[in-house]
Design a binder for this molecule. Structure first.
Ligand code: FAD
Length: 373
C-alpha cells in the first residue's frame, strides 16, 4: 500500500463508469507509451465498477454510431453539440473502435448505423476493459462514496466522471455550478390515452409503441430528449405518413371506406381511433380533413421511468476548457454524463463518454509531463 503512494503524481478518478474507466485506460496507455511509470491512479466508486455499462443496448452495448461526418454526428446531441465538435475532432468513433479492437473487442455495424460488439454482450465489453485495466500495477479500485472535494485532498490530479445521479452536492463542493438535471430518453405519459396499448407504429419521424400511459420507443425517447427542459403539458405532432400517399389512394379507390384506406398506412387499431368517419366513402371526405389523419397530435403530461434514461443538464460547458478541464478549480477535469452533454439513442451517449474520457486523459497526462520538466 505504502509503495503505491511513493510517487508524485497521484491521480483520482471519481466514478468507475464508462467515462471514468475509458479515461483511466487512456492515461495508462499514454504514460506507458512514453515509458513513464511514476504515477498512480485510484478509481473511486460507491458501487461495482462498470456496472452501468451492463444494461446498455439491452445488454448488447450500443458502443457507438457509424456516422462518419462529425458535423452530422453532433446533430444527435440536443445539448453539447458545438463542444463535442471540437472533442470529436481529436477523438472520434473510429478512434474508439480502434481502442476497443486493441482490447480484443471486435465490433459490427447494424443497418441503422448503431455499432455493437460482435459478442453482443456488454458484460464481455466490461470484462475486457477491466482485465486490461487491472493488468497495470499503477491502478487501484476503491469502493467508496466520495462526499466532497475534501475526501480527495491527497491527490494532485482529479477527474470527476460521476455521471448524473445524485451528484449535485459533489459538483458544488468543487466550486462548480450545474445546470439542473432533467430526465431524457424516457417514455412519455400523455393526456387522454385512448390509443391501442402495445401497438407499434412506424412513422416518418421514427418508430414508437403505445403504452399503458402514453408512448415509448425510439421516437418517444427522442421527443423526451428534445423537450427535456419543456414545461408540462406540451403538445407534439407526429407525422404518421405522407398525405400525398393518402390522396393517391383516395383517387384510386374512391368507394372504399376512409378507415380501411388509412388502415393500409398505419395499424388498423390506431386508424379506428383517429379516423372519425371510419366507414364513410373516402371520396366524401375533403382533402383538408384527410390530411389531418396523417398527423398524430398528442399532449405530453409527464415523463415515465422507462427508457435508456440519461440526464440532460450537468456541468456548465462554459466552466470547462476544450479539454474538459475546470476553469474554476485547479487540476480538475470532468468527463462523461456529468457534463451538460446528452445525445439521442444510437450509441451517442457512450461516444460522449469515450471521447471526453480520452481528451481528459491526454490533457492530464501532458500536464503531468510538463510538470516533470
Ligand atoms: C438502461 C440504459 C441503457 C443505455 N444504453 C445505452 C447504449 O446502448 N448506448 C449509449 O450510448 N448509451 C446508453 N445509455 C447511456 C449510458 O449508459 C450513459 O450515458 C453512461 O453510462 C454514462 O457514463 P458515465 O461514466 O458518465 O456515468 P455513469 O455510467 O453514471 O457512471 C458514474 C459512476 O460514478 C459513480 N459515482 C457517482 N457518484 C459517486 C460518488 N459520490 N462517489 C463514488 N462514486 C460515485 C457511480 O456509482 C457510477 O458507477 C444507457 C443508459 C441506460 C440507463
Amino acid at each position: 500500500m505504502e509503495q503505491f503512494y511513493l510517487n508524485k503524481n497521484k491521480i483520482a478518478i471519481l466514478g468507475g463508469g464508462p467515462a471514468g474507466i475509458y479515461c483511466a485506460l487512456n492515461i495508462l496507455f499514454l504514460f506507458y507509451s512514453q515509458n513513464f511509470f511514476d504515477f498512480s491512479i485510484d478509481i473511486f466508486d460507491k458501487g461495482e465498477i462498470l456496472r452501468t455499462l451492463i444494461p446498455t443496448g439491452n445488454g448488447r452495448c450500443n458502443i457507438s454510431n457509424s456516422i462518419s461526418d462529425i458535423k452530422d454526428f453532433v446533430l444527435n446531441y440536443p445539448r453539447g453539440d458545438k463542444f463535442l465538435y471540437s472533442v470529436f475532432s481529436r477523438h472520434f468513433n473510429y478512434d474508439s473502435l480502434d481502442f476497443f479492437n486493441s482490447l480484443g473487442i471486435k465490433t459490427y455495424t447494424e443497418a441503422d448505423g448503431r455499432i455493437f460488439p460482435v459478442s453482443q454482450s456488454s458484460k464481455d465489453v466490461r470484462n475486457k476493459m477491466l482485465k486490461k485495466l487491472f493488468s497495470y500495477k499503477n491502478v487501484r479500485f476503491i469502493n467508496k462514496k466520495i462526499i466532497s472535494q475534501n475526501d480527495l485532498t491527497d491527490y494532485n490530479k482529479i477527474v470527476v466522471a460521476a455521471g448524473s445521479r445524485g451528484v449535485e452536492n459533489l459538483i458544488v463542493s468543487f466550486g462548480h455550478k450545474y445546470i439542473k438535471f432533467e430526465k431524457s430518453l424516457c417514455a412519455l405519459n400523455i393526456l387522454n390515452n385512448i390509443y391501442p396499448k402495445g401497438v407499434s407504429v412506424k412513422t416518418l419521424d421514427g418508430d414508437f409503441v403505445f403504452t399503458d400511459k402514453g408512448i415509448s420507443g425510439p421516437l418517444a425517447f427522442k421527443i423526451s430528449s428534445i423537450n427535456a427542459f419543456s414545461d408540462f403539458p406540451y403538445d407534439i405532432k407526429i407525422k404518421l405518413f405522407n398525405e400525398e400517399k393518402l390522396f393517391q389512394l383516395a383517387e384510386l379507390y374512391p368507394k372504399k371506406s376512409a378507415g380501411s384506406i388509412v388502415a393500409s398506412l398505419i395499424p388498423r387499431s390506431l386508424a379506428k381511433v383517429i379516423v372519425k368517419d371510419y366507414y364513410k366513402n373516402i371520396c366524401e371526405i375533403s382533402k383538408s380533413e384527410l390530411k389531418q389523419y396523417s398527423i398524430l397530435q398528442l399532449t405530453v403530461v409527464s415523463k415515465a421511468n422507462v427508457g435508456e434514461i440519461v440526464n440532460a443538464g450537468g456541468i456548465n460547458l462554459d466552466d470547462v476548457d476544450k479539454n474538459c478541464k475546470s476553469k474554476i478549480c485547479h487540476n480538475l477535469w470532468f468527463c462523461g454524463e456529468i457534463l451538460n452533454i446528452d445525445g439521442f439513442c444510437g450509441g451517442f451517449n457512450l461516444q460522449n463518454c469515450w471521447s471526453t474520457g480520452y481528451v481528459v486523459a491526454k490533457d492530464l497526462v501532458s500536464s503531468i509531463m510538463k510538470d516533470m520538466v
